[in-house]
Design a protein around this ligand. Sequence first.
Ligand SMILES: NC(=O)C1=CN([C@@H]2O[C@H](COP(=O)(O)OP(=O)(O)OC[C@H]3O[C@@H](n4cnc5c(N)ncnc54)[C@H](OP(=O)(O)O)[C@@H]3O)[C@@H](O)[C@H]2O)C=CC1
Ligand SMILES: O=C1CO[C@H](CO)[C@@H](O)[C@@H]1O
Length: 354
Amino acid sequence: MTASEIPSAEPPASTTRRDTRFGVIGTGRITRRLVADLQSTDGVAVTAIASRDQQRAQWFANQYGIANAVTGYAALLERDDIDAVYISLPPSMHHQWCVKAAEAGKHLLCEKPLAMNAEQAVEIDQVCSASSVRWLDATGWQHHPRTDQMKQWLLENRFGEIGHVTAAVSFYKPFLSDEHRLDSSLGGGCLLDLAWYTCGLIRWATDKMPVSVMGDAVMHGDVPMRVTGMLRFDDDSTASFSCGYDTATRKWFEVAGSASSLICDDFTRPWDDRPTRCWIHEASGEVASHTFGGAQERVMIAKLVGDASLKNYQTQAIDTHRILDALSKSLQSETRVELADAASVTSFVPSSRV
Ligand SMILES: NC(=O)C1=CN([C@@H]2O[C@H](COP(=O)(O)OP(=O)(O)OC[C@H]3O[C@@H](n4cnc5c(N)ncnc54)[C@H](OP(=O)(O)O)[C@@H]3O)[C@@H](O)[C@H]2O)C=CC1
Ligand SMILES: O=C1CO[C@H](CO)[C@@H](O)[C@@H]1O
């Protein structure tokens, strides 16, 4: 079977289980898309939405056909018609509301970045374990069937020995008036927001933690507006990335091997109205294009409400935070930073192999 013929990984409809009932915390830009994804995933219902502001909650509830508009996030967690929450708040608020939700016994889908740093991410994981609730960060690309196929190629050494990974993610001034991306107290800046994608991709592609990282930032006040990073691994393979708010949309990566390169130009989210694609470039100049079906967010949601282990994604999220922590130290100190815990690596494998 060629990659183009690989069927969508959309899960089959469940007829035996009760729907998992989601409550939504926050009414921002991304909420609109994710609510539609939740509502169109088999076995999932959205029963309430909470905002700081009653009118905003009501407007959103009316707009999306959600039965209950709730004022205040804590009130949503008290409801017994909610099994799980989707948290789409500014990054600085993720840890606090993840912990509260887990303690209330709700499963968690939290927007990226999972937290502000690895310490908070580990604590979220621990509280979820103690409360027997499942969690995922809403990093959709990890769940696309294309990602599973690309990982399979990497595991099979399809590209030879990997020497270098490059990734770039940017959006030109994606700012709203009340913009958390420009406010350091809310976790703003492109390091957490966009290097989450580039460093996550590097972690995913290499299956290891770097031994050292070095970053350079162009600042906007006290938040990074553009970040360039270099990562080095114990076998002398390397990675580099660029992310920022000052160039047109980029969401591409290249994995460069000794035999060929894997290239994808929309890994974070497939371009609208185009086939979901990637390319393998051979040393000869021959190029093979592969296309895929599947809706990454619906696959992600189905995994959260399913039974299979999520450990592999959870480790990926925590390790991504560890890389970002080291980069943040590097930006502050203007030096190369060693990752003390580079040895603690768990392999990220496609869900079908977990
Ligand atoms: N997975 C993806 O593809 C994407 C993920 N994201 C992530 O989603 C999260 C939210 O981003 P986005 O939707 O763009 O954010 P918005 O600014 O559009 O929305 C954030 C929401 O958080 C609530 N909120 C609570 N306190 C504050 C505060 N002090 N300042 C601002 N908002 C507050 C507000 O809801 P209310 O007032 O109603 O309570 C607001 O609507 C971020 O972590 C971001 O990284 C963003 C875009 C894409
Ligand atoms: O995750 C994200 C993807 O797209 C956005 C641009 O609109 C980013 O800023 C955002 O946080």
